[in-house]
Design a protein around this ligand. Structure first.
Ligand code: ATP
Length: 441
């Protein structure tokens, strides 16, 4: 696969309605992206699969959806007002800013100046806080500065007591959340990879403090999260674990491993698994003065639980799923682009075509099949041009099956179902269509 896969995905995403630059007609807003009609389906499918695996398929987890804006003291308690920062350096020639810990970007920028025979010098690195501020309140002058959450994690920890009191959970148990986070990234870029507004999908797993079982739980979640990406079709050969260096770990982390994806911009973090110890609950107990310890009935002891966290980026995973699924094949002298998305992720599950658009009987039959299927799944309709072109158009957006209604359909109520990956065609009885398609997921 060529190195310009990223440009191809950016262009396909725009052209076919997956992802658009945010506020584009006003010149855009750096680090923001809008998901189009197909993008929102893909994103919802991804989040639904996450929720299904982490909440519905398990007995030791519950879900939560906390507010984006929180009392500013939360961020003091969590340590983010102090430590949630990246080192920033500024180019003295053009005042462009970069992350001091991203040497490759700095070198590339310096090389640009050198080429133009311009001087290259940098300011000393300084810590730049990533929290995005907002003003809340109706009265000018009395507005409170709040932060849009920099990670979705804290909404879970501040609700630990509410969850224990309302759901009567015994340790160990996990709380799952999916939602938006905001960061004043110094250098947003590489499409959605580094955005200023993005979504995270997380699990906070509470357990009794014990180093040996913490290691077991940590290893279990590392493997389980890797398994999830592979189960949704990501090529295992493009995935690896990487342990954080001591000086790389976040302020709360006792142990940190990333799941990385081999992308056209190099091996990049997709998800982090962190041992947060009792950092969050102890700090919030201290700052809120509400006791967040847990009383363990079995051993009649009170303690601050430890947390093992898995924290993935929805947008990053979506980008990596797109890159991983992208393929180009030679077909009768033409390049056929196929997005080999797992059927569970594909934005449209099937497309329905009347063989020709000018035969009312065929169109009517096809419309009936289309509207019946639409009750069960997302289905596309296409009656333009020849069937070959319609197949190509669906392959490019990853639709696993195309259904053609032809003259034989009018006689025996069967249709042709063409498979995206094998291009093989089956003859299927109309009545069994939705179960046929569901069985292919
Ligand atoms: P990075 O080192 O790339 O800045 P991070 O280590 O700060 O990421 P975490 O705080 O561990 O990231 O966040 C968990 C996940 O959230 C990341 O693995 C990533 O998938 C996602 N994420 C973090 N920052 C961004 C961003 N600016 N844009 C898109 N996704 C992000």
């Amino acid at each position: 696969m060529t190195d310009n896969r990223m440009e191809k995905i950016v262009s396909l995403a725009k052209r076919r309605g997956f992802i658009f630059p945010g506020s584009e007609i006003y010149g855009g807003l750096a680090g923001t992206w809008d998901y189009g009609p197909l993008g929102v389906e893909l994103k919802n499918n991804l989040k639904r699969e996450f929720w299904r695996t982490l909440v519905y398929d398990r007995e030791d987890t519950v879900g939560l959806d906390a507010a984006i804006m929180m009392n500013p003291k939360v961020w003091e308690g969590s340590g983010h007002t102090q430590a949630f920062s990246d080192p920033l350096v500024e180019c003295k020639t053009c005042h462009e800013r970069f992350r001091a810990d991203h040497p490759e970007e700095i070198e590339e920028h310096a090389a640009g100046h050198t080429k133009k025979k311009e001087p290259v010098s940098w300011t000393e690195p300084r810590q730049f806080n990533l929290l995005v501020e907002a003003k809340l309140g109706a009265v000018e002058g009395e507005k409170t500065t709040v932060y849009l959450r920099g990670e979705i994690t804290q909404g879970v920890h501040v609700n630990f007591k509410n969850i224990i009191d309302s759901m009567h959970r015994k340790l160990p148990f996990g709380v799952v959340q999916v939602g938006k986070a905001f960061r004043n990234e110094i250098t947003p870029g590489n499409f959605t990879f580094r955005s200023r507004e993005f979504e995270q999908m997380e699990l906070q797993y509470y357990m009794k403090p014990d180093e040996r079982s913490a290691k077991e739980v940590f290893d279990y979640w590392k493997k389980e999260r890797m398994r999830w990406y592979v189960s949704l079709g990501m090529n295992a050969g493009h995935l690896r674990f990487r342990e954080h260096e001591e000086d790389e770990k976040a302020h709360y982390a006792r142990a940190a491993w990333d799941i990385e994806y081999e992308s056209p911009i190099g091996w990049k973090e997709m998800e982090g698994i962190h041992h947060r110890g009792d950092w969050d609950l102890s700090r919030h107990s201290q700052f809120s003065t509400v006791d967040l310890t847990y009383f363990d009935e079995e051993i009649k002891e009170r303690y601050a639980p430890w947390v093992i966290e898995t924290s993935g980026g929805v947008d990053r995973a979506l980008l990596f799923f797109l890159l991983d699924a992208y393929s180009e094949q030679e077909d009768k002298g033409k390049i056929r682009v196929v997005l080999k998305l797992h059927p569970k992720l594909a934005p449209c599950k099937a497309a329905v075509f009347p063989l020709v658009a000018n035969k009312p009987q065929l169109v009517e039959k096809a419309r009936k099949i289309y509207s019946d299927l639409k009750k069960h799944m997302v289905v596309a309709w296409d009656d333009r041009g020849n069937i070959g072109k319609r197949y190509y158009a669906q392959d490019e957006i990853g639709t696993p099956h195309c259904i053609t209604i032809d003259y034989q359909t009018l006689e025996d109520d069967t249709v042709t179902v063409r498979d995206r990956d094998t291009m093989k065609q089956d003859r299927v009885v109309v009545e069994t269509l939705s179960s046929y398609l569901e069985s292919k997921e």
